[in-house]
Design a protein around this ligand. Structure first.
Ligand code: NAI
Length: 466
């Protein structure tokens, strides 16, 4: 039948589109995907890719300003925000176009429209051309998450923006107040402050970046404050109001009321799974903690219906969504596969970057575990010195009994790349001594990981300490 598929996927973000491409590697499966906007989801269109292109611009500018002269580059760089934003659009469009090409090459049928589950094996797709029903043996729900609405008086005033707007501005604001010191808030604080915007961050919890290693957050805060960013934790926003030349954010802090005047206010207070968008509630789709409930095989309580990605809560990360998409497809194809979240790497693309995987030192201690920690600073590493990028460290947390690596955290140059080795180590339960005894290329940044592992294994380092 024309509208009958083996596998249908609702939502074309990094969960859904990867599931579709992975499924289509199995010849003979008829795969369809429904997307109401553009394939690529938030990650490609509004999130990871646009913000990382902006972060690259910020990093280049900062590097030239801070270290250019040391390398004999004496010109003061001039910066044109509009050019960077055009570059961002080029990168996004190229990648989104690439996904459409892959879909075509792999014969995945793409339906542009808004779909919802109307029966366990049926999606109703609404588009400008009308409505149509698509059926499948298995359906994967991958409708993602949306920006949380935080009930702050004045949040609807002109000049109050969200993360979608923050990657779509056409002009640089003079000043920016960011509400929410989570991942999005701190990435934009780094990016916009590097562009010369005066940034203040207001966080309701006692600290920013609540899931990241305490010591790394402390060091990061010192760096970013040194770049002129104001960080106010334990601070409750009372209201945003209009004022001469922009907005005022009124905040209750430990030291009394503070008022931050800024041209724009960015609210970055988390994301909420798009459960209603699935249509599944009418069919009794089980929901827990505002997310679709699944088992380790990504199965919902409705037979034949799977859910993945931000929609199921947990770590709302593109790479986790893609992984869950592959797990769902493997189960649909009959390979029994359980999701394993023991090593989920997580990267924050601030300046400097932060990467983490496994347990932090304090999380391990909260679990009552004894830990042995190795820490190696980039300031002691030849490659980091030669790059002029010595802020930060690699930290390895291991079990003092058998030496197993429990977690790794990095702040510094290419932290988001370096964490891959930590993810493999945690996933494979590698011992600190194994990592320390693995030959690492010289001179490279991963030598810091080898040294930190050496510290965790033996308490000593080759290039650091007495
Ligand atoms: P988040 O949950 O990381 O941070 C939100 C922050 O806002 C929290 O610290 C929270 O305490 C604070 N907050 C909430 N209400 C507030 C209020 N009224 N006043 C002050 N502070 C308030 O969420 P975020 O940063 O919006 O990111 C959303 C999702 O996107 C996260 O799951 C994140 O992991 C993901 N993401 C991942 C990225 C990456 O992997 N590099 C980049 C950007 C987003």
């Amino acid at each position: 039948m024309a509208n009958d598929f083996d596998i249908l996927i609702l939502g074309g973000g990094p969960g859904g589109y990867v599931a579709a491409l992975y499924a289509a590697l199995n010849k003979g499966q008829r795969v369809g995907i429904v997307e109401q906007e553009r394939l690529g989801g938030v990650c490609l269109n509004w999130g990871c890719i646009p913000s990382k292109t902006m972060a690259k611009g910020a990093e280049m500018l900062q590097q030239l300003q801070q270290h250019g002269a040391e390398y004999g580059i004496n010109a003061t760089p001039s910066f044109d925000f509009a050019t960077l934003m055009r570059r961002k659009d080029v990168v996004v469009n190229q990648l989104v176009g690439g996904i459409y090409q892959l879909m075509k090459a792999r014969k995945v049928e793409v339906f542009g429209g808004t779909g919802r589950l109307v029966k366990p094996n049926t999606l109703l797709v609404h588009s400008a051309e009308g409505d149509q029903e698509l059926t499948a043996r298995s359906i994967i729900l991958a409708t993602g998450a949306s920006i949380a609405n935080i009930p702050i008086p004045g949040a609807d005033l002109p000049g109050v923006i969200n993360s979608d707007d923050a990657v779509s501005l056409t002009e640089l604001p003079r000043s920016l107040t960011i509400i929410g010191g989570g991942v999005i808030g701190m990435e934009f604080a780094s990016i916009y402050s590097a562009f010369g915007v005066k940034v203040n961050v207001v966080e309701i919890l006692p600290r920013i970046l609540r899931n990241t290693d305490d010591e790394i957050v402390r060091r990061f805060q010192t760096i970013i404050k040194g770049q002129g960013v104001g960080i106010y934790a334990d601070a409750k926003v009372q209201q945003i109001r209009e004022a001469e030349g922009g907005l005022e954010t009124v905040v209750q802090t430990k030291d009394g009321e503070k008022v931050f005047a800024s041209e724009l206010v960015l609210i970055a207070g988390g994301r909420i799974p798009n459960v209603d968008a699935t249509g599944g509630r009418d069919l009794g789709l089980e929901v827990a903690n505002r997310a679709v409930k699944v088992n380790g095989r990504m199965q919902t309580n409705i037979p034949g219906v799977y859910a993945i990605g931000d929609l199921i809560g947990g770590a709302m990360l593109a790479h986790v969504a893609s992984y869950e998409g592959e797990v769902a497809i493997d189960n649909i194809l009959g390979y029994e596969r359980e999701a394993d979240y023991s090593a989920v790497p997580d990267c924050i693309f601030t300046l400097p970057e932060i990467g983490s995987v496994g347990l932090t030192e304090s999380q391990a201690k909260e679990q009552g575990r004894a830990v042995k920690v190795g820490k190696f600073p980039f300031s002691a590493l030849g490659r980091a010195q030669s790059m002029g990028d010595t802020n930060g460290l690699v930290k390895i947390v291991s079990d003092p009994g058998d030496g197993t690596i429990l977690g790794m955290a990095v702040m510094g140059p290419h932290a988001s790349d370096l964490i891959a080795e930590g993810a493999l180590a945690v996933q494979m339960k590698v011992k600190a001594s194994d990592l320390a005894h693995t030959i690492h290329t010289h001179p490279t940044l991963p030598e810091a990981t080898m040294e930190a592992a050496q510290g965790a294994a033996t308490g000593g380092y080759i290039h650091y300490g007495s």
